[in-house]
Design a protein around this ligand. Structure first.
Ligand code: DC
Length: 659
């Protein structure tokens, strides 16, 4: 059993552009269509995850040539130019519903005896409404364990096809599977949908992709007293090979847009525009109704949230894979959210309605099941360990509850590998304290760093870290332990065991040393302690960990821009003439011998600049700023402008970073 995955709360609003993996739905349709086509097809930007690997493996077993380059995210398919040529065999669909439903109709037309099976959660999912029309068309399909479920045995052979009724109420995948097999029937196929059709956009996607592979499907619609009756006519004929670039997965993108909804700020998903083949891009329409601002361009879709969203009453039957995402977002809205029209998602990887209601409840969020959906009542989530029911979408959507709230622990997190193997890494990258929000201030003693950095942090609404105080605190501890500051081994040993905390006050092992660390003993010894490589390593790690926890920060020291935060978006190096620095330092410490102060400053600067590890010097991309003849107010005003232009501080809609 794998340990639960922690998702920490986001430190603040987001401001990122993110890429998500290729669409599962497009990848699996195109893999199958390429396998049936005449010639060599390629899929670029394809999804490599367990659902697509399952189909690729089945196609290989069934005799189709499938080359895969995972690094390049490319599949190369040598099409069979008709049904599967393998002559029969045992096929394993793992957990993949699309794989089982897309392959089964083709097996019925591929000479040989085939068995098709999958892991227990897939066995539990219904197949009856796919097999009934196939049998009516003359296919030989036998249930091997339980009626209506995998495993099945299929006796494949040529079939004439014709007109057949299909239920649209359980899964659009049945219709998609039959449509794609349609051209293999010697007389083609006419599919008439009975009942309401769920997830219609997925059927439109199937038809659009069949067209890319050379088969044009005709859609018919008849109005009757019982409502509109939809039918699709598929001609007999060969598919032609195609070269396709797979769009990013819109269902996966819903978690990224959802992250903006629960954390505030801005998230843009690249590569997914309004003309996407995937219905789930319309998830952003729901967020828009709740009060988000949505910017749609051909190159991407951006969600901006700068005020709490309102609850919504929405039919999600066309975008049902995003129901759980919305349920998580709804926990943070103002007013309840009612989701309708999705009773059929009780037959997905799990009973998604019951599962999401139960797990939201565990997080302290009131939710109740309805006949065709659920109602979510917003609240303040508590930290909990939640179950994921072998359902990738449970894991990903509940992560949003943690991200926008107080954190969460996701049990069996590996289930995300079904469609989004890097999900947790992507989520972490989304919220990490990032370069454009880190301002570094370095410079020699007395250059005005502390005063300026503290005031600049206030002015930018950012956190402030005085790393000099960290070295000073450590030096105090070293002196307290009676260790010679020049004895680097002993210094390193002391450093490993001291607990230094720097905020408004400075403590060492819990003792407040804020004033003591400014005394002459510490000042005289600090450069020697700060030159010890192991000390610097410990400090670097602490400083980076601290910065990861805050949303934006101003960090002050000697090596902030060069070593600790080399990616920082704004780097400032302060200078001032030596006499000015000496005067400032004397005013601070109350010393009267200016020359002695100057000598001490110069000694310390020489030591800090001359040391091997992380010497004091401006970063190549730092702005050198002379504070000598300026007031603090002027300095802070000018630096605030510089930092804001470079994107530091509060998020804006035009800047951000890429994940
Ligand atoms: O900024 P300050 O005078 O409080 O710094 C005290 C000493 O700590 C300084 O002489 C050098 C050292 N230091 C360092 O080596 N690296 C930093 N990032 C900050 C301070």
């Amino acid at each position: 059993m794998i340990a639960p995955r922690r998702v920490e709360p986001a430190p603040g609003p987001l401001d990122v552009e993110v890429r998500v993996p290729g669409s599962k739905s497009i990848t699996n349709r195109a893999l199958l269509l390429g396998a049936l086509a005449v010639g060599e097809s390629t899929l670029e930007g394809a999804l490599f995850a367990s659902d697509t690997r399952a189909l690729a493996a089945i196609l290989r077993t069934a005799g189709v040539g499938i080359g895969a380059d995972e690094t390049e995210r490319r599949f190369e398919i040598t099409g069979a130019g008709g049904p599967f040529p393998g002559g029969g065999g045992a096929l394993w669909a793992e957990l993949s519903g699309t794989t089982a439903r897309f392959v089964l109709p083709v097996l019925a037309l591929s000479p040989g005896t085939w068995t098709l099976d999958g892991a227990p959660p897939l066995r539990a999912r219904p197949l009856g409404d796919l097999v009934s029309p196939l049998r009516a068309l003359g296919a030989e399909v036998e249930w091997l364990a339980h009626e209506g479920h995998l495993p099945v045995r299929v006796g494949g052979r040529g079939l004439p096809g014709g007109r057949i009724e299909v239920s649209g109420e359980v899964s659009s995948q049945f219709l998609s599977g039959l449509l794609m097999a349609g051209p293999l029937f010697s007389e083609g196929l006419e599919l008439v949908v009975t009942g309401r059709l769920v997830s219609r956009p997925y059927v439109d996607m199937t038809v659009a992709l069949m067209s890319r592979f050379g088969i044009e499907v005709t859609l018919g619609s008849r109005t009757t007293s019982a409502g509109d009756i939809l039918s699709w006519s598929v001609p007999q004929g060969p598919y032609r090979a195609a070269h396709l670039t797979v769009e990013p997965d819109a269902s996966a993108a819903s978690y990224m847009w959802g992250a903006a909804a629960v954390c505030g700020g801005r998230v843009r998903v690249g590569g997914l525009g309004p003309d996407s083949l995937q219905g789930d891009v319309r998830f952003v329409d729901v967020l828009e109704r709740m009060g988000a601002r949505v910017v749609r361009t051909p190159g991407g879709t951006e969600v901006v949230v700068d005020a709490p969203l309102s609850g919504v009453d929405v039919d999600m039957s066309d975008i049902s894979d995003t129901v759980q995402t919305l349920a998580a977002v709804a926990a943070f809205a103002v007013g309840p959210t009612r989701i309708r029209g999705v009773g059929f998602i009780r037959h997905k990887e799990t009973d998604r309605i019951a599962a999401v209601v139960a797990e939201l409840g565990r997080c302290g969020i009131g939710a109740e099941e309805t006949a065709d959906g659920l109602v979510v009542h917003p609240g303040s989530p508590v930290r909990a360990t939640v179950s994921t029911y072998d359902d990738h979408r449970m894991a990903m959507s509940l992560s949003l509850v943690g991200l926008g709230g107080v954190g969460i622990d996701i049990a069996d997190p590996d289930c995300v590998s079904k469609t989004f193997p890097d999900f947790f890494e992507t989520l972490e990258a989304l919220t990490m304290c990032e370069p454009a929000r880190t301002v570094t201030i370095d410079g020699p003693a007395g250059s005005g760093k502390s005063t300026v950095a503290r005031a600049l942090a206030d002015s930018l609404g950012a956190e402030y870290l005085d790393t000099g105080a960290m070295y000073r605190a450590l030096t105090w501890g070293v002196l307290q332990a009676g260790v010679d500051p020049a004895d680097s081994e002993s210094v390193a040993r002391v450093a490993r065991h001291l607990d230094v905390e720097v905020s408004d006050r400075v403590t060492v092992d819990g003792r407040d040393v804020t004033e003591e660390i400014r005394g002459p003993e510490v000042t005289a010894a600090v450069s020697a302690v700060a030159a010890v490589p192991e000390v610097r390593k410990l400090m670097r790690e602490m400083q980076r960990r601290w910065a990861e926890r805050v949303r934006s920060c101003v960090v002050e020291g000697r090596d902030m821009g060069t070593v600790v935060f080399p990616e920082a978006g704004v780097k400032i190096y302060l200078t001032a003439p030596p006499e000015v620095r000496a005067r400032r330092r004397a005013a601070q410490t109350g010393e009267t011998d200016l020359e002695a102060v100057l000598a001490d400053i110069e000694r310390r600067d020489a030591a800090d600049s001359g040391r091997r590890d992380s010497p004091l010097r401006p970063a190549d991309d730092a702005i050198i700023y002379d504070t000598g003849d300026k007031t603090v107010a002027t300095i802070v005003k000018e630096l605030t402008e510089i930092a804001r232009r470079a994107g530091a501080g509060r998020p804006s809609s035009s800047e951000g970073r890429n994940v």
